[in-house]
Design a protein around this ligand. Structure first.
Ligand SMILES: Nc1ncnc2c1ncn2[C@@H]1O[C@H](COP(=O)(O)OP(=O)(O)O)[C@@H](O)[C@H]1O
Ligand SMILES: [Mg+2]
Length: 222
């Protein structure tokens, strides 16, 4: 197994007339916690979208856990995400018609019956860990923004991903909850060896990172 979780090689990405990423190259080590910072609109979420394969680069290559994802068929990409990548989206992306627990269990929808019971137990444990023991059967509309954020985090962790991509995961949380969630995310690196790549505005959080990547004017500031 390589010690590079993500390799981005001269990636360019534009939306319309605006080139958001203008030749970005970087390696993310499997070890530790990497923070991505930069002004609002600088392309942080775009970068996570490219790493998760939900967006395609206009130019350059993206390697995830040793696989060049640029040319992967959609099913293989989906399988890679399901197997190895947990994503906490900036906008949560919860399914409105499902309960918190059902949302958390979504990435396990393909497991067989024998595994389903242990997945369900793990989903409940994760919801307890993020402080939602009494909200498991609520739908997203009945949860606060911070509670939805925590459901999204539990969902990203259900498959014990090799890599967790988190987009401002504490952005909607009060200080105490944010600190608890951050501890949970950082603890994962130690417990299961999950690589954590987190977008954050928060200087105090970035200060805890092993590596800080700053996006500025479409490029990486070293
Ligand atoms: N799907 C899209 N279509 C058009 N413009 C987009 C799209 N996604 C992002 N953008 C634009 O690209 C820029 C970077 O967005 P984003 O990566 O979300 O920034 P950040 O996460 O750093 O705030 C913004 O100006 C945003 O409006
Ligand atoms: Mg963003």
């Amino acid at each position: 197994m390589t010690d590079i979780a993500v390799r981005i090689d001269n990636v360019k990405k534009r939306y319309g007339a605006v080139e958001i990423l203008r030749g970005v190259s970087l390696d993310v080590s499997t070890a530790g916690f990497t923070a991505v910072t930069g002004k609002s609109g600088s392309g942080k979420s775009t970068l996570l979208g490219l790493i998760s394969g939900l967006e395609q680069p206009d130019h350059g290559r993206v390697l995830v856990l040793g696989t060049d994802i640029s040319g992967l068929p959609d099913e293989e990409l989906a399988e890679l995400r399901r197997r190895a990548i947990g994503i906490v989206f900036q906008g949560f992306n919860l399914i409105p018609s499902l309960s918190a627990l059902e949302n958390v269990l979504l990435p396990t929808a393909f497991v067989d019956k024998a595994a389903a019971a242990s997945c369900r137990r793990r989903g409940m444990e994760l919801l307890v860990q993020v402080g939602l023991s009494d909200r498991m059967h609520h739908r997203p509309a009945a949860l606060s923004g911070g509670e939805q954020q925590r459901v999204a985090i539990a969902r990203a962790l259900i498959n014990e991903p090799a890599m967790l991509l988190a987009d401002e995961p504490t952005g909607n949380l009060d200080e105490a909850t944010g600190a608890a969630v951050l501890d949970l995310l950082l603890g994962l690196g130690k417990d299961v060896g999950t690589t954590l790549l987190m977008v954050t505005h928060d200087r105090d959080i970035a200060a805890k990172a092993d590596v800080i990547i700053e996006i500025k004017d479409g490029r990486i500031e070293a």
